[in-house]
Design a protein around this ligand. Structure first.
Ligand code: ZN
Length: 194
């Protein structure tokens, strides 16, 4: 497959896998918007052209968010490897959390493992965090308190510490997005205190 044929295949595949899912915000946004935004951010803002990276960006949440058992996970992994090859599967797995672990543990592992990731995985994870922060600025999950949002921002910064050094443009965007998010939600918590 050429780069663009593969990317289209990934869009078709991921949109099918995520077809019933919505983002966590209150605007009823289809989940597939998120992986598309991550891939587009890498290409159109981060200047990344590597087809393996861009295809894996489209697929990055398929395993983490569309399987419910270990058996299904293994099946999906072999399907992705069959369609897209082992390199794209390996990169997808590198950015996939182990959902059998508790959320708190998964979050801590992201901080601890960030620095050991491949160059491509680091870029993908930075773009993923930027996209999540942008969503939080515009449309946070309705049930998240202001404190919960601030907690997320500071966790994202901790993960970022292990990821940086791979794409200065994306890193600059990450820092600006964090600053924007903090400005919005720190001000709101200051208002709540007064
Ligand atoms: Zn994601």
């Amino acid at each position: 497959m050429t780069g663009s044929a593969q990317l289209l295949k990934a869009l078709e595949y991921a949109s099918h896998r995520h077809r019933t899912q919505k983002r966590k915000g209150t605007r009823n946004i289809p989940f597939i918007n998120h992986p598309i935004q991550v891939a587009s951010l890498l290409a159109n803002e981060g200047g990344e052209t590597d087809p393996v990276l861009l295809t894996a960006a489209v697929l990055h949440d398929v395993i983490e968010d569309t399987v419910s058992s270990a058996e299904e996970r293994t099946e999906l992994m072999s399907e992705i490897s069959g369609i897209f090859g082992d390199e794209i599967l390996a990169l997808t797995m590198e950015v996939t959390d182990d959902k059998t672990l508790e959320k708190k543990v998964r979050k801590q592992l992201q901080v601890e493992h960030a620095n050991n990731k491949s160059l491509r995985a680091k870029k993908l994870k930075i773009a993923d965090k930027i996209t999540n922060l942008r969503d939080i600025i515009i449309d946070p999950p309705g049930w998240w308190s202001n404190d919960r949002i601030l907690e997320y921002i500071s966790w994202a910064e901790q993960v970022f510490e292990g990821l940086k050094g791979v794409n200065p443009v994306l890193e600059d965007i990450f820092r600006k997005t964090v600053a924007e998010a903090k400005l919005k939600y720190n001000i709101q918590s200051a208002d709540n205190l007064s």
